[in-house]
Design a binder for this molecule. Structure first.
Ligand code: ZN
Length: 142
């Protein structure tokens, strides 16, 4: 990675943090403007349910943005200490195209894929192999 690449990625990261900070301010204003923040003004249950769903969606988005912002700050710290662009697991260089797509990436594509496959196998143990019920059913129909 050239110093120009690093400079460009740092700029992208700073812009992303700025956007998140701006959206965070807007989100706070939206929170304050929802009826949820002003209890007692609803008379219609449908309006209340809709507002509650909207508020939950906003909170989820806000939470994700704060998480991403933390990851971006961590990427800036890695740029400052010279470790940016190195996979945390295998310590190989992360492909520049991956960093351009995901500037806060911690893992190279190979290690990221392995991690995601482990998570999938943990959450969905039957993925990739048949459950006993499916095997029994296939024996009956064969
Ligand atoms: Zn790796």
């Amino acid at each position: 990675m050239t110093s120009a690449d690093l400079f460009q990625l740092r700029s992208v990261i700073l812009t992303s943090i700025e956007r998140i900070n701006e959206s965070s301010v807007i989100a706070r204003k939206d929170f304050l403007n929802t009826s949820e923040a002003q209890p007692g003004i609803h008379v219609d249950e449908n309006d209340h349910a809709r507002d509650e769903a909207t508020l939950n969606t906003q909170l989820e988005l806000h939470s994700r943005n704060l998480c991403l912002r933390n990851q971006l700050y961590a990427a800036l710290a890695r740029i400052a200490n010279g470790s940016y662009g190195l996979c945390l697991r295998c310590e190989e260089t992360i492909d520049l195209r991956r960093l351009q797509a995901r500037p806060a990436a911690l893992l190279c594509l190979h290690c990221q894929t392995r991690q995601e496959n482990k998570v999938t196998a943990t959450l969905h143990p039957s993925v990739g192999r048949r459950s006993p019920e499916v095997l029994n059913l296939s024996l009956l129909t064969a």
